[in-house]
Design a protein around this ligand. Structure first.
Ligand code: DLL
Length: 436
């Protein structure tokens, strides 16, 4: 089934022509509504009229997360405040989060694109769908929620946590589909098994998994333990949220909703655009967004694009290969974006802590864990002759980290000089989660 037959099965020529028109309109719109872009375009001697076809996109400047942070909170917002009806935020690096405002039409388009994803997974209006992405500033919960409603299914806004209750709901309500991170799906399987609930007692058929990288092996494990079929769901808050691309039943890449989000692949070092089939950094330009339109936004996600109308599902939209890495140091821990620099800024702000630390990320019982080891400064260490003083410091660092990162960390204070020194590049992060 295809949600929007017209838009999802266009010929390449038709799609390119529409993208060209929308790109011109977007550039014209930001030129007149976002001083940041006007200045940038003027400095490059580009006027909106220079952008007529989709090929002209290479003339446009890139936008980075740093640009969003520098213009915090609303500097890149194009629509007036009175037209913004929703605001989400994603974690930033040190300091400011990234704020994204949506107009009513943006939320409409988001729901439409999310409905395309869910229909691609085989969902219909007869289905009950549990949304177990976090609700709140994170776009996962509300984004998926509106999509289920748009398709006409019944949404169960389970969010995360309270997993035993959730397992009972899945069994008792006969829930047909679940939207959550792949690691939460594994956790759910584990809790279900501990409770003695078997996959024959539930009817989950569809899993809409995303917000973090996952592999074919994880897919098989989740599918065999929950008895469903797992589909990829990709997106990022700066561009919209979940809905940017999705796997259809053929599962040969994720179809990009390219009538709204124009994808490119670039070399992250030289910033040169790379052709179809090349592996590199994914870049998106929004083509219809009103709240915060972005030109050539660097996602930092690494993948390649596959074009062609050869997908047996009938969709002609360009497909993305799975994201397996990033061109920056961002970690995704329990679905939350964490930059090592955020941890560093917390540590530097605590007088007893030396600027020597190590982040250890692991996966225990299918849930991500973060341990932060940090050395105490010698002058404080000498004075801290009680275990209590060290424990109190661990608690204080953990509380500060929680407020900055929005996730809990296990803090371990180490004695001065105990963390390994490196002569070259410091190894501050050890990620033990081997994606198998
Ligand atoms: O994670 C939006 C989302 C919610 C997508 C629910 C899918 C499902 P952010 O918090 O802004 O938004 O994080 C975006 O997460 O740049 C990728 O690095 C990563 N990511 C998202 N989906 C996938 C996926 C949401 N399917 C960042 N596979 C992105 C791999 C993903 N990585």
């Amino acid at each position: 089934m295809i949600w929007n037959e017209h838009k999802e099965t266009m010929s390449r020529d038709e799609m390119s022509a529409m993208q060209g028109r929308r790109l011109h309109k977007t550039v014209d719109y930001v030129y007149h509504h976002v001083p940041f872009y006007r200045k940038k375009l003027q400095s490059m001697d580009i006027s909106p009229d220079d952008i007529q076809t989709v090929e002209d996109i290479v003339k446009l400047p890139y936008t980075t997360k740093q640009d969003l942070r520098d213009n915090y909170p609303f500097g890149l917002q194009a629509a007036p405040k009175s037209e913004i009806i929703r605001i989400h935020a994603s974690s930033g690096t040190t300091g400011n989060p990234t704020i994204v405002g949506y107009t009513r039409r943006d939320v409409e388009i988001w729901s439409e694109c999310m409905a395309r994803c869910l229909t691609g997974y085989g969902m219909t209006s007869d289905d009950t769908f549990s949304v177990s992405y976090g609700y709140g500033l994170f776009t996962g919960g509300l984004g998926a929620h509106y999509g289920v409603e748009r398709v006409g299914g019944a949404v169960v806004p389970a969010s995360t946590g309270n997993t035993e209750k959730h397992v009972r709901l899945i069994r008792d309500l006969g829930i047909d589909g679940i939207a959550c991170t792949p690691s939460y799906a594994l956790h759910l399987a584990e809790v279900m098994e501990t409770m003695g609930v078997t996959k024959d007692q539930i009817r989950l058929r569809i899993g809409a998994f995303g917000a973090e990288p996952w592999t074919e092996n994880m897919r098989h494990e989740i599918e065999s333990r929950l008895g469903l079929k797992g589909y990829n769901l990709y997106g990022l808050s700066e561009i919209m949220g979940p809905c940017v691309s999705f796997e259809c039943e053929c599962q040969n890449g994720s179809h990009v909703n390219e009538d709204h989000f124009f994808p490119e692949i670039i070399d992250p070092d030289t910033l040169e655009p790379l052709g179809r089939g090349h592996y590199g950094e994914l870049v998106f330009t929004t083509l219809t967004k009103e709240g915060m339109p972005l030109l050539r936004y660097r996602t930092r996600d690494l993948c390649s694009l596959v074009e062609g109308d050869d997908c047996p599902c009938g969709r002609t939209t360009v497909r993305m290969t799975p994201i397996m890495g990033r061109s920056d140091d961002m970690l995704i821990i329990r679905g939350i974006n964490v930059f090592p620099s955020q941890v560093e800024s917390v540590i530097l702000g605590i007088p007893e802590c030396a600027p020597r630390y190590r982040l250890i990320v692991d996966r225990v019982n299918n849930l991500d864990t973060l341990t932060v080891e940090v050395e105490m400064r010698p002058e404080y260490f000498m004075g801290a002759d009680t275990l209590e003083a060290v424990t109190n410091l661990e608690k204080a660092v953990a509380a500060k980290l929680r407020s900055v990162l929005s996730i809990g960390a296990n803090v371990q204070i180490r004695q001065p000089g105990s963390l390994e020194r490196s002569l070259g590049k410091g190894k501050y992060v050890i990620d033990k989660r081997v994606l198998k």
